[in-house]
Design a protein around this ligand. Structure first.
Ligand SMILES: *[C@@H]1O[C@H](CO)[C@@H](O)[C@H](O)[C@H]1NC(C)=O
Ligand SMILES: *[C@@H]1O[C@H](CO)[C@@H](O)[C@H](O)[C@H]1NC(C)=O
Ligand SMILES: *[C@@H]1O[C@H](CO)[C@@H](O)[C@H](O)[C@H]1NC(C)=O
Ligand SMILES: *[C@@H]1O[C@H](CO)[C@@H](O)[C@H](O)[C@H]1NC(C)=O
Ligand SMILES: *[C@@H]1O[C@H](CO)[C@@H](O)[C@H](O)[C@H]1NC(C)=O
Ligand SMILES: *[C@@H]1O[C@H](CO)[C@@H](O)[C@H](O)[C@H]1NC(C)=O
Ligand SMILES: *[C@@H]1O[C@H](CO)[C@@H](O)[C@H](O)[C@H]1NC(C)=O
Length: 358
């Protein structure tokens, strides 16, 4: 019963999202104070904004992703369809309907800043509105006084609420090709609500969900993670198949680091060494994908895997499960670690995915 309870607590914040990203054609008038995340996909760019406490717009230009806070945003000119794209973060009440048929002229939202205990937490309420051909933002700050104990207890719940928003990402279907329809917003879903669509190079779409605990590492052993994925979204653990999967996972890991205040941890993905190969992990057969069982779509090859060492790694008995290793500033790598223990790093994140419906 205890484990079931924990399971639901974990899932609760994943299903009650507070923000969505709304795409419009537009061009910010300055890149100067934007945060440049470099060459990542548009989906990952929107997701990074969604996952960031401080971002309110994402923008893609010359294959680089730019994120803006309320101060950096300045003005955004509306552009022709298919010209340049921005996505505004909005609180979820802005997007009650599944799609927008008319252009929203006002998008509002609130972001919560609570960096550390020596700084007063504050809300930033903003409204982005279209006037003539330009989007502008107005915002106001609402600081919560640390000295007011009752307010603070409210704000600590709000911190959790803010973390919740990262669990919920709006889902975007493929863009409309209809050039006359001058706007695209939340398009038709290819992935169900509450999941994130990753578009791969072969045109397949995977719908991702994830598990993480609001506090602490969570007891994300292999079995619990597998069951958790199934219960939450009917998805198996996510396999690492394409570089787009890796890029998505990487951006989520990056988004989680500041939330958790950690730069080193594991994320669980699909793949557990077969019982037979636990005895002979170093044979060519056992080092190949044949040496592992996958609960989702079987992984075809480890060719693109960035291993810490290689797939034969088995430092200790029971180190048979694939994990992504986030280790300080090093790029995300794959290793074979304990299926049951948080060891030596803790498991903070679990990826689940299934193919989109088309
Ligand atoms: C961005 O990444 C893509 C895919 O990895 C690559 O084809 C492209 O050349 C890169 N663009 C730039 C400007 O680095
Ligand atoms: C944006 O629109 C304003 C007003 O229409 C115009 O003055 C300005 O030149 C535009 N900026 C860009 C970068 O196109
Ligand atoms: C959405 O944002 C507006 C403007 O800040 C606010 O008035 C409204 O209460 C917000 N809705 C929710 C559900 O947070
Ligand atoms: C906490 O906030 C204060 C006030 O803004 C700042 O001076 C300090 O560097 C912050 N500490 C950390 C660890 O971020
Ligand atoms: C979205 O796609 C589903 C399934 O293909 C279809 O039944 C539905 O009518 C579509 N909705 C819109 C708004 O296009
Ligand atoms: C695999 O990595 C181990 C270290 O973990 C190393 O000793 C071994 O030589 C490597 N095997 C291959 C085939 O690269
Ligand atoms: C996995 O975690 C769950 C939930 O905490 C626990 O009930 C179960 O006993 C664990 N299984 C193993 C093999 O450690």
């Amino acid at each position: 019963m205890k484990s079931l309870l924990t399971l639901f607590l974990v899932f609760d914040f994943l299903t009650s999202g507070t923000h969505v990203m709304i795409e419009v054609w537009g061009k910010p008038n300055s890149l100067k104070n934007a945060k440049n995340l470099g060459n990542i996909t548009w989906n990952s760019c929107m997701m990074a904004c969604h996952g960031s406490e401080v971002c309110i717009i994402a923008h893609l230009r010359s294959q680089a992703c730019y994120l803006y806070n309320e101060v950096a945003m300045g003005t955004v000119n509306r552009t022709k369809p298919q010209n340049m794209v921005v996505a505004f973060k909005a609180n979820a009440t802005n997007a009650n309907g599944e799609c927008f048929d008319v252009e929203p002229i006002e998008i509002s939202g609130a972001i919560f800043h609570y960096k550390n205990t020596s700084e007063n937490p504050k809300w930033i309420h903003y409204t982005i509105s279209l006037s003539g051909n330009q989007w502008k933002v107005v915002y106001r700050l609402k600081t919560i006084s640390i000295s007011m104990k009752s307010e603070l207890s409210v704000s600590s719940r709000d911190v959790v609420k803010n973390v919740k928003s990262i669990g919920q990402l709006a889902t975007f279907g493929p863009r409309s090709n209809d050039r006359d329809k001058r706007r695209i917003y939340k398009n038709n879903y290819s992935c169900s609500d509450g999941t994130w669509a990753v578009f791969r190079s072969d045109s397949s779409i995977a719908c991702y969900t994830k598990l993480y605990a609001v506090q602490g590492p969570g007891d994300f052993n292999y079995t619990y993670s597998k069951t958790g994925c199934e219960q939450q979204s009917g998805s198996p653990l996510a396999g690492l198949h394409y570089k787009e999967d890796m890029s998505y996972m990487n951006s989520l890991v990056e988004a989680l680091k500041p939330v958790k205040g950690l730069d080193s941890f594991y994320s669980r993905i699909d793949g557990i060494r077969t019982t037979a190969c636990q005895k002979t992990p170093t044979t060519e057969y056992c080092m190949s994908v044949k040496g592992f069982n996958f609960v989702g779509q079987p992984v075809k090859s480890f060719d693109s895997y960035n291993w810490v060492t290689n797939s034969s790694s088995r430092e200790k008995s029971g180190y048979d499960c694939l994990v992504l290793v986030s280790d300080k500033k090093k790029p995300l790598r794959v290793d074979v670690k304990s299926c049951t223990k948080n060891s030596p790093l803790t498991v903070q994140l679990v990826f689940c995915s299934k193919p989109a419906f088309t």
